[in-house]
Design a protein around this ligand. Structure first.
Ligand code: IPM
Ligand code: MN
Length: 355
């Protein structure tokens, strides 16, 4: 009997539904070709539901999400909802509640894609960022004193636990070992200033690294990492870093690989029975909503990462090859409205090129 995957789909806000529609189209086509089945279960989480009911992520929904094979997310963020409510109430709550402690973000320039980096091509831009996804400055630890007065104090603490740091670093070493590249893992930190947090990271990095003698260990401060990502991106194979730095450097990563139209990521809980979530890393792009002009490739690539994670490696590779053909032979640009094709047509092209 064909294997069936239960996938929760959260199209979300803005252009989320449009890009997820194309992603589902590609995933369904691959399921037919490669002999597996996908049951998609849609959830209407997002800004509209919040505005109607005041709910972000109800506990009953969260409990259902714990039982699926993976979650496929479009975008969260609504122009009529105060910034922070949906991000914290849905996206971060999912990451934390499901203990998706890895945010895996490949930075790979596909053929035919324009990069703002002069004289760099697909052979130079191909690395992966392993971002810690449940700790650091994202914990919400801190508070105000004397709020609203001239003596106001705001404290925002970065929480780094040995357990949290170690499991992230260990994942990064394992990932580097499996990846067929330079076998180099770079710790991105700020040991010269954040002398507690990154002391823990650095010690853990070298301790765990002893178990991986075949992996070369490198270190770069976060500011220097930004510089090298622009100047010599070919130096990187895998980068491991904390939540905040990972957030920042992966936007830089997205732009050197061609922009938000192509950048995908996975929020991964690698543990037994863990539920992972895959998403395009760009936002809900309200100004393009409903126009059929947004680039669905990031969502499609997130679908590819999901297939890889589910163990459908051949289907995942087929998806990536097809996306590369579309970027190399068809699209004029990856930017919304300038692709030379509509959102729907780009999805159709990816399906057409599947082997
Ligand atoms: C990301 C986003 C989120 C983050 C926001 C929306 C909370 O920027 O996925 O990178 O900071 O993690
Ligand atoms: Mn971000």
């Amino acid at each position: 009997m064909a294997k069936t995957y239960k996938i929760a789909v959260i199209p979300g806000d803005g252009t989320g539904p449009e890009v997820i529609r194309e992603g589902r189209k590609v995933l369904s086509a691959l399921a037919d070709k490669y002999g597996f089945k996908i049951d998609f279960i849609e959830y209407d989480l997002g800004g509209e539901r919040y505005l109607k009911t005041g709910e972000t992520l109800p506990d009953t929904v969260l409990e259902e999400l714990r039982t699926v094979d993976a979650i496929y997310l479009g975008a969260i963020g609504h122009p009529d909802v105060k910034p922070g409510i949906l991000e914290q109430g849905i996206l971060l709550k999912l990451r934390f509640s499901l203990d998706q402690y890895i945010n895996l973000r490949p930075v790979k320039l596909y053929p035919g894609v324009w990069t703002p980096l002069k004289d760099k091509g697909p052979e130079d831009i191909d690395f992966v960022v392993v971002r810690e996804n449940t700790e650091g400055l994202y914990c919400g630890s801190g508070g105000f004193l004397k709020k609203g007065t001239k003596d106001e104090v705001a404290v925002q603490e970065s929480i780094n636990t040995r357990k949290g740091v170690e499991r992230c670093i260990r994942y990064a070493f394992e990932f580097t070992k499996k990846r067929n590249k330079r076998k180099t893992l770079t710790l991105c930190g700020k040991t010269n200033v954040l002398t507690y947090a990154f002391d823990l990271w650095e010690r853990t990095f070298h301790e765990v690294g002893q178990e991986y003698p075949e992996i070369k260990r490198e270190y770069a401060h976060v500011d220097a990492t930004c510089m090298w990502m622009v100047k010599n991106p070919e130096w990187f194979d895998v980068i491991v870093t904390d939540n905040m730095f990972g957030d920042i450097i992966t936007d830089l990563g997205a732009i050197i690989q061609g922009g938000m139209g192509i950048a995908a990521g996975g929020n991964i809980n690698p543990d037994e029975g863990g539920v992972s979530m895959f998403e395009p890393i760009g936002g809900s792009a309200p100004k393009y909503t409903g126009k059929n002009v947004i680039n669905p490739l990031a969502a499609i690539c997130a679908g590819g990462m999901m297939l890889d994670y589910l163990g459908e490696k051949d289907a995942a590779e087929s998806l990536e090859r097809s996306v590369m053909k579309v970027t190399a032979e068809k699209l004029k640009s990856l930017s919304a409205g300038r692709m030379g094709y509509s959102t729907t047509e780009v999805g159709d092209l990816v399906v057409e090129f599947l082997e």
